[in-house]
Design a protein around this ligand. Structure first.
Ligand code: ATP
Length: 384
C-alpha cells in the first residue's frame, strides 16, 4: 500500500487553459479519496496521470514516497478499474481474475490460492468457470475488482466504474465497493460525477472545477462548510437555494423575509452592498409544523407553491421567484456550470411528508436562519 502525493501538477493538452491546473493533493496510505466535479473539470486526466497513462506537463507525482513521473504504468503497481471493466470475453472469470498473475508468470498453485481468496472476498466462487457474457453487470464489476485485488497493487484507481449500471445495481455496487475498500484498506482514488457516490464512499472528497481544486474535505464538512458558491451548489440534492440579500443591521433582507444573523456572522458579511444567501432545502419547514419554542429562531414567510413532489418520507415544494437583475449574471453562470437551470427562477424546499401544503396555493413557511450561508456574489467565497 502507498500514499499518493501530488505537487503542483499541471496538464496542458494544447493551447487552451490547462486541463489540470496546479493541483496539490495528499492522499494518505489506505485512504479512500473521491475526485468529483462536472464534466471536463479534469478528474479523469488527473487519475490517468496517477496511473501513468498521461504525461505530466509539470509538477511531481509521488507514490509511496518515490517520484514516478517518468515511470511506465506497469512499474507503478497500481490497479485501475475502468468503466467498461475491460474483461476478456473469451476467458472464464477465473482466468480473467488470474490474468495479471499469468503475465507476471506466477506459479499455478499461487495463482489458484490468490484467485480463490479474491473470489471469496467478492463472492464469486460459484461463477469462476463462467464467461463474462453470462454475468450480470454487478458480477462483471466484481471480476474487474478481483483482478485488481490479486495483483496486490499499492492502490486502486476507479474511473466512474458504476456509470453503466442501472440505479438499483449502482446502489448495491456502491455499498459493495465501500465494504471492500474498508476491509482491504487499500489506498483508493475514485473518479465520479455522481454526488451520491462522492458523499457516501470516500473518507475525503476533492471537488474540482476547470482543472483546479476547490475544496478537499470530508463529505460532512463539504456539505456543512462549503468554501464557495460552486461547492455549495454542486454538493447536495436538490441543490442549495441562492437568494439575493442586502444586510440591514444584523438582518439579511431576502425575497423570503428577513433572516437575522448573530453578531459574529453579521460582522463577517458587513460592508457589501449585495450578498447571496445559500439555503439548503431542508432548512425550510411548513410553518404549521414548527414547534412554538423554535419559531422565534427563524423567519416566517408566505409564498405560493408551484409544484409539490411527494417522496414518501418528505416532500419537495417549489416556490417560483425572480432573481433581481443585479445577481442575474452570477446566477446564470453558476446555473450553467452546475447544469441546474432552475437555480435562478425557483427555490426548492424540503418539508415533512405530513405537511398539508398544496400546489397552486399560498402557504406559510418557516426558515431556520442559524444555518444559512452567506456568499460574496463577486468572488463566490463563503463569508460565513
Ligand atoms: P468527464 O466527466 O466528462 O469525463 P473529466 O472531468 O474527467 O470529464 P477530463 O476528461 O479530464 O475531464 O478532461 C479535462 C479537459 O481536458 C477537458 O476540457 C477535455 O476536453 C480536455 N482533454 C481531455 N483529454 C484530452 C486529450 N487527449 N486531448 C486534448 N484535450 C483533452
Amino acid at each position: 500500500m502507498a500514499s499518493i502525493e501530488m505537487r503542483n501538477i499541471v496538464k496542458q493538452y494544447g493551447d487552451g487553459f490547462p486541463a489540470v491546473n496546479d493541483v496539490s493533493l495528499d492522499i494518505a496510505d489506505g485512504e479512500f479519496m473521491i475526485l468529483v466535479g462536472p464534466s471536463g473539470c479534469g478528474k479523469s486526466t488527473l487519475l490517468r496521470m496517477i496511473v501513468g497513462l498521461e504525461d505530466i506537463t509539470s509538477g511531481d507525482m509521488i507514490i509511496g514516497g518515490k517520484r514516478v513521473n517518468d515511470k511506465a504504468p506497469r512499474d507503478r503497481n497500481l490497479s485501475m478499474v475502468f468503466q467498461n471493466y475491460a474483461l476478456y470475453p473469451h476467458l472464464t472469470v477465473y482466468e480473467n481474475i488470474a490474468f495479471p498473475l499469468r503475465l507476471s508468470k506466477t506459479p499455478d498453485d499461487e495463482v489458484r490460492r490468490r484467485v480463490d481468496e479474491a473470489a471469496d472476498v467478492l463472492e464469486l466462487r460459484e461463477h469462476l468457470e463462467r464467461k463474462p457474457a453470462n454475468l450480470s453487470g454487478g458480477q462483471r464489476q466484481r471480476v474487474a475488482m478481483g483482478r485488481a485485488i490479486v495483483r496486490q497493487a499499492e492502490a486502486f484507481l476507479f474511473d466512474e466504474p458504476l456509470s453503466n449500471l442501472d440505479a438499483k445495481l449502482r446502489g448495491q455496487m456502491r455499498t459493495e465497493i465501500a465494504r471492500l475498500q474498508r476491509r482491504l484498506g487499500i489506498t483508493t482514488v475514485y473518479v465520479t460525477h455522481d454526488q451520491t457516490e462522492a458523499m457516501t464512499l470516500g473518507d475525503r472528497v476533492c471537488v474540482l472545477r476547470k482543472g483546479r481544486i476547490q475544496q478537499v474535505a470530508s463529505p460532512r464538512e463539504l456539505y456543512e462548510q462549503p468554501v464557495n458558491l460552486f461547492v455549495a451548489g454542486f454538493i447536495g440534492s436538490p441543490p442549495m437555494n441562492f437568494l439575493p440579500a442586502t444586510l440591514e443591521g444584523n438582518k439579511l433582507q431576502t425575497p423570503f423575509g428577513a433572516i437575522e444573523l448573530d453578531e459574529r456572522r453579521a460582522g463577517l458579511v458587513a460592508g457589501r452592498e449585495l450578498l447571496l444567501v445559500g439555503i439548503r432545502p431542508e432548512y425550510f419547514e411548513d410553518a404549521a409544523l414548527v414547534d412554538e419554542a423554535k419559531r422565534p429562531h427563524g423567519t416566517l414567510f408566505k409564498a405560493r407553491v408551484d409544484v409539490t413532489e411527494w417522496l414518501g418520507d418528505s416532500q419537495y415544494a417549489y416556490i417560483p421567484y425572480e432573481a433581481p437583475a443585479a445577481v442575474e449574471q452570477q446566477l446564470r453562470e453558476l446555473s450553467r456550470e452546475l447544469d441546474s437551470e432552475e437555480l435562478r427562477t425557483q427555490a426548492v424546499v424540503s418539508i415533512d411528508a405530513t405537511s398539508r401544503i398544496r400546489e397552486g396555493r399560498e402557504a406559510d413557511f418557516w426558515l431556520d436562519g442559524r444555518k444559512v450561508h452567506v456568499f460574496d456574489p463577486q468572488t463566490g467565497d463563503n463569508l460565513t
